[in-house]
Write a protein that binds this ligand. Structure first.
Ligand SMILES: [Fe+2]
Length: 311
């Protein structure tokens, strides 16, 4: 336990208030491997009162009638199952929370900061800590910053996929085995195929054949977590009891620009060309990204005009 942990505990005991939320990744590794390789971290989010059973139950009622803000799915039969082939959207948030101790389910609350101001404050506090550890982020335009809560039955599998965002993941209750691969295991073609769609969604890729040397396995329990780089594919399995996890993710304007450059590269490959990889020719990356930024809206205008003409 660090000096800061001891200080937080003493403060909490003397004031009878929960400790200030805090993430503590390994400082040296976090400096060297931020958004390149996964990094383990400690946190104290399991000690704050936002994630108690009563608090989560109350939160679940706020999601009723907001189907775009939660996701319910069954357990995947295997880590390599296709993400959206698993049964999903079968019940509402309150009902799912009631039955997930008895039958396997994964309940995801998206953007709790839009439903309860205390989660907005938690998100701002934690993101501020990351910016203080990675000062270059203060000069970046953050285009998306949001959090999520995962409540999952025992022995339940979330299948292999990647996400187009930088992630900080904290285990709050129960145990989770988190398998994450370095982003470099994905091929440029796989990334281009995802980024050409310009969507905030999961990236569907195959688990088979991935280099085992690029895999890190985190055995998570309350107080432990990890930093997951953008595009790092992963699959997750819960332990013997219910699991509650909290994560927040973000994208920057520069990470979006790399996605647009990949989208452009997809078109070049389609024309039989062999494009330069993102980062190899930064000036060219800017041109590609800018072209896609302007062509996309133009394309949607043309599409909607065609639609109007043909109907
Ligand atoms: Fe994910």
């Amino acid at each position: 336990m660090s000096d800061l942990d001891v200080l937080d505990r003493v403060t909490a005991l003397s004031t009878a208030r929960p400790p200030r939320p805090r993430l503590t990744p390994d400082p040296l590794r976090f400096k060297a491997d931020f958004d390149v390789r996964p990094v383990g971290m400690r946190h104290n989010l399991h000690e704050i009162d936002l994630f108690t059973t009563e608090s989560l139950r109350s939160l679940s009622t706020r999601y009723e009638g907001h189907p775009g803000d939660y996701f319910v799915a069954a357990s995947a039969p295997a880590p390599g199952s296709e993400f959206y082939s698993v049964a999903h959207s079968m019940s509402g948030p309150v009902e799912t929370l009631d039955y997930l101790d008895r039958r396997p389910a994964r309940l995801l609350f998206k953007r709790p900061e839009n439903h309860d101001q205390r989660f907005r404050s938690l998100l701002d506090t934690l993101f501020g800590q990351i910016v203080s550890m990675q000062p270059h982020l203060a000069g970046e335009r953050i285009v998306r910053l949001e959090s999520a809560i995962f409540i999952t039955s025992a022995a339940t599998t979330t299948p292999f996929h990647f996400d187009p965002e930088i992630n900080f993941f904290a285990q709050i209750e129960g145990e989770k085995t988190y398998h994450v691969y370095d982003p470099q295991v994905l091929t440029e073609r796989e990334l281009e195929n995802f980024y050409r769609r310009n969507m905030v969604n999961i990236g569907q890729v195959d688990l088979a054949g991935r280099d085992p040397a690029a895999e890190t396995v985190f055995e998570l329990r309350p107080g432990l977590g990890l930093h997951q780089p953008q595009n790092a594919p992963h699959w997750v399995q819960t332990g013997v009891g219910r699991s509650v996890s909290y994560a927040f993710v973000f994208e920057t304007e520069s990470s979006r620009a790399i996605g647009r450059a990949r989208s452009f590269n997809h078109m070049l490959r389609h024309l039989g060309l062999d494009p330069s990889l993102p980062g190899a020719a930064p000036a060219r990356d800017v041109l590609k990204s800018t072209a896609v930024k302007f062509v996309r809206p133009l394309r949607s205008v043309i599409k909607s005009a065609r639609h109007r003409v043909s109907h």
